[in-house]
Design a binder for this molecule. Structure first.
Ligand SMILES: [Zn+2]
Length: 129
């Protein structure tokens, strides 16, 4: 039997998952806003702001610059990770809206409920990973 999405899930579980996804989405967006700016041209794309130097004098400028570059380098992969998660979450929410949630992208079978409870933005059934 081919799994058709939402309909094969209980409404209660779907509602729970949707709430979880929306909560995670809000959390990630709030976090990203602290150090990144959403790219208006590409929805869901975020750019880490390059730190501005705060105008010290002499060697202090260089020291601050080094610190800030270091911070930027640390934040960059984190930003990228969060961005990818946010994209997965948005995609999962989109699928719920379209009634296609919970279906493995590779084999078209149902993703086990237990997996979706832990990892609601899952794209595959676990066996296909
Ligand atoms: Zn699969």
């Amino acid at each position: 039997m081919n799994f058709s999405g939402n309909k094969n899930m209980t409404k209660k579980l779907l509602k729970k998952i949707k709430e979880k996804l929306e909560k995670q989405k809000a959390e990630i967006e709030a976090y990203l806003q602290k150090f990144a700016t959403e790219d208006k041209k590409f929805k869901g794309d975020w750019d880490t702001r390059y730190p501005k130097f705060n105008g010290g004098v002499g060697s202090q400028i260089l020291e601050d610059a080094a610190d800030q570059v270091e911070e930027y380098v640390t934040l960059l992969p984190l930003e990228h990770n969060l961005e990818l998660r946010l994209q997965s979450i948005n995609k999962a929410l989109e699928k719920i809206k379209k009634g296609k949630y919970g279906k493995c992208e590779k084999c078209n079978k149902k993703i086990p409920d237990e997996r979706l409870k832990i990892y609601p933005e899952a794209k595959n059934c676990g066996k296909c990973e």
